[in-house]
Ligand binder design. Sequence first.
Ligand SMILES: [Zn+2]
Length: 274
Amino acid sequence: MTKEFTLDPVINTDVNKEFKQDEYVPLKKEVYVKAADAMSDKGYEEAYLGDTIRAKMKRDKKRFWAGDNISDYVREEDIPKLIDEATEAFETVLDRLLIDRENDPNSHGTARRLAKMYFNEIMSGRYDPAPDATAFPNDSADRYEGMLVVRSELRSMCSHHHQPVSGVAYIGIIAAQKLIGLSKYTRIAQWCARRGTLQEELANDIAKEIMKATDAKDVGVYVQAVHGCCENRGIMAHSSLTQTTVLKGAFKDDMGTKKEFFDNIKLQQDFAPR
Ligand SMILES: [Zn+2]
């Protein structure tokens, strides 16, 4: 027996299609709101908050992939409500997996634990605004002109299977007119990592955000990580290590800078191997 598959009306709306005033969009079972209401900022009380936020992002053509930060659309005070809604959805997932969440003491409360973990921990980099990285001027006569290489521990997860990704990022930078505190490099890297990512995208995102925070044009990011995807499932390879490199400015164009970056990484690895 096959059941007819119904497309999610919010996600599958054609973004290029203009909504008409009298068109109705189903937001929740048996609750229909006028498209105009769903698309307006006032939202709709009876619908899921998550659906209202998705409708706004679609209206604005804002991309909301697993690796995207959507903090402009999610207020801090929305999080408890979104956790409640995700809890309800995870309960359904556990039911469909035929797990007795009523009598199994270990599965009791798992739906809420999952919802909280996604919002507050493993995907927090999607909902939290960028870490505050106060910049200090680096424009005096004796300004620092050398290369800085920061080693940042990363915990992330793959967008495909939601399996853990763990590793380190080496962030190299040739200081521009401003400097940020050393811990900020790691905060920015972790903020980029706490989402559903692909390692290739992650290295790119870190480079982009570091450039934004420092105004530096010369930035290199080298990420090496092991993937739960390859270790816990699929090929079950326990020693799979993936390396990705993103080089910008002098790191890309100047062989000396590039070599210094990788020599520094080698020194760091000898000092703190993993
Ligand atoms: Zn995966």
